[in-house]
Design a protein around this ligand. Structure first.
Ligand code: AMP
Length: 492
């Protein structure tokens, strides 16, 4: 179906054409007509499916059809993170380039004066994170009395991040007569409750199977002990085809450590996490987008919704805790119609989480061995005083050396975290299983009949996803093995 058939205004069609889009994505085909018709809508779609254009194009078409009221905001888009706000702003400016509209962003971590001015001058479209917006609205900046459209983007993540009270307070001061659009990667009970509160007879538009990674992403698993992960990453980056690589770590300190190691190897690297200032984070994204750094190391929250075209590889350096995070992480590559690869490092104590993930996405993942990589190498010792990021950081101990020696400053074993206790077993052994040949890219089912029994009920999927993977994700005893049982089994 061509964009022309969707009923969009000529100025919008021109902008879309100039953006290089040849045809609408499925969420755009499904969502644009009901939004143009004035209906409330819930879009169940992941980032990377073209959902920003799906809500922006019809809103802009409706705005273009009317003479704007003076100094009143007509569209409010609320999103969970600053990065996402910046990206939505960039996208809207592309689609609105032939319209005369004022667009403002509102988010914390930067000076509020320009935001106050923009609100008071009457931005037609405001894109905001909940906290700063509520703060400024509370101090009577902006006029939302003529609001026509409210968009809640990544609503599920906003709930996860505890923004519900802020959103309720914001919505309370908006006109009741408005069109409300809500987008979420999952359709949980909580999201359903939200729709009853904020929407009227919304149309539900759902794209693809819920919580499923894009089919254009090749997914591979590298089984590797924790202490060789840095070496493996450097080894894999020897492939020049990995030219735009997003690496996920579990913690901010982990991200810094990985980035330092890559820089030492001459690999240009940026970091994106919440210990960095807003300007540093925007700078890191800009450098990554422009290609002046090849690798961006990020944590989940900071990377949420990152929209960077052309990411060739996503590396799950630390295996994600929740299956949903996996889906979001790897959604950074293979966006829209592009292809990409997702490489996940799985250490021995990630095996239960890996099996849970395979159940969640309904298929087995190919295990691959890195060609020419020395799996028996002794890892380089960490500098003295550098701490492991595994487990609770309050209890984290200086990392043990490769041979099992403990750091001279380490505390008594009784004080060690659970993760450190498992480290004292042989952390390098994996259950034997077939590996993919060197260039395998077709996923194979490895979980046999168990995947076939997986429920397709989205609610059970999403509630599974909120549990740490591998911990109570299944009712079967076999799948409830925690890391410690795994080790017992591995040593037998
Ligand atoms: P989103 O899901 O909104 O984050 O969009 C993901 C990416 O898809 C963005 O980089 C958009 O520029 C791009 N995109 C959106 N719609 C289309 C389309 N119809 N054709 C090609 N790319 C698109």
């Amino acid at each position: 179906m061509p964009f022309k058939a969707l009923g969009l205004a000529p100025a919008i069609l021109q902008a879309v054409q100039e953006a290089g889009y040849t045809e609408p994505t499925p969420i755009q085909v499904a969502a644009i007509p009901p939004i143009l018709a004035g209906q409330d809508l819930i879009g169940i779609a992941q980032t990377g499916t073209g959902k920003t254009a799906a809500f922006t194009l019809p809103i802009l078409t409706r705005l273009a059809a009317q003479t704007p009221p003076r100094r009143r905001t007509r569209v409010l888009v609320i999103a969970p993170t600053r990065e996402l706000v910046v990206q939505i702003d960039e996208n809207i400016r592309i689609y609105a380039k032939h319209l005369r509209l004022r667009i403002a962003t509102v988010f914390g971590g930067v000076g509020e004066n320009p935001q106050k001015t923009a609100l008071n001058e009457g931005a037609d479209i405001v894109i905001a994170t909940p906290g700063r917006l509520l703060d400024l609205m509370g101090r009577r900046f902006g006029d939302f009395s003529g609001l026509e459209f409210l968009v809640l983007d990544e609503a599920d993540r906003m709930l996860d991040m505890g923004f519900l009270p802020d959103i309720r307070n914001i919505v309370r001061s908006l006109p009741r007569h408005r069109q409300t659009l809500m987008f979420s990667a999952t359709f949980s009970k909580e999201i359903e409750t939200l729709t009853h509160q904020f929407q009227q007879s919304p149309k539900v538009v759902q794209i693809g199977r819920r919580s499923n990674p894009a089919t254009t992403v090749t997914q591979l698993v590298y089984e590797v002990p924790h202490d060789l992960k840095q070496n493996l990453l450097v080894h894999l980056l020897g492939d020049p085809g990995m030219n735009m690589v997003l690496v996920f770590t579990r913690t901010k300190h982990g991200a810094d450590r990985v980035a330092r190691k890559l820089e030492q190897q001459g690999i240009t690297t940026g970091t994106l996490h919440s210990n960095r200032s807003q300007n540093q984070r925007l700078r890191a994204l800009k450098d990554f987008k422009s290609g002046s750094v090849r690798v961006l190391v990020a944590t989940d929250i900071a990377a949420r919704g990152i929209d960077v075209d052309g990411i060739s590889h996503v590396v799950n350096y630390d295996f994600p805790k929740h299956a949903e995070d996996y889906v979001h992480r790897i959604g950074r590559t293979g966006r829209a119609h592009a292809v990409g690869e997702a490489l996940s490092f799985a250490a021995p104590d990630d095996q239960a989480a890996l099996r849970s993930l395979e159940r969640f996405i309904g298929r087995g993942l190919v295990r691959k061995r890195a060609e020419g990589f020395d799996y028996h190498a002794r890892p380089a010792p960490r500098p003295a005083g550098e701490f492991s990021d595994r487990g609770n950081s309050r209890f984290a101990q200086p990392a043990s050396r490769g041979s099992g020696q403990r750091h001279p400053q380490s505390h008594a074993p009784a004080h060690r975290s659970r993760d450190d206790r498992s480290a004292s077993h042989d952390r390098r052994s994996f259950p034997s299983r077939p590996h993919a040949s060197a260039h395998a890219s077709q996923p194979q089912r490895t979980d046999g009949h168990r995947a076939a029994h997986r429920s397709d009920d989205s609610r059970s999927q999403s509630s599974d996803a909120r549990q740490p993977m591998g911990q109570g994700a299944s009712s079967s005893g076999r799948d409830n093995r925690g890391p410690r049982n795994f080790w017992r089994r591995g040593r037998n």
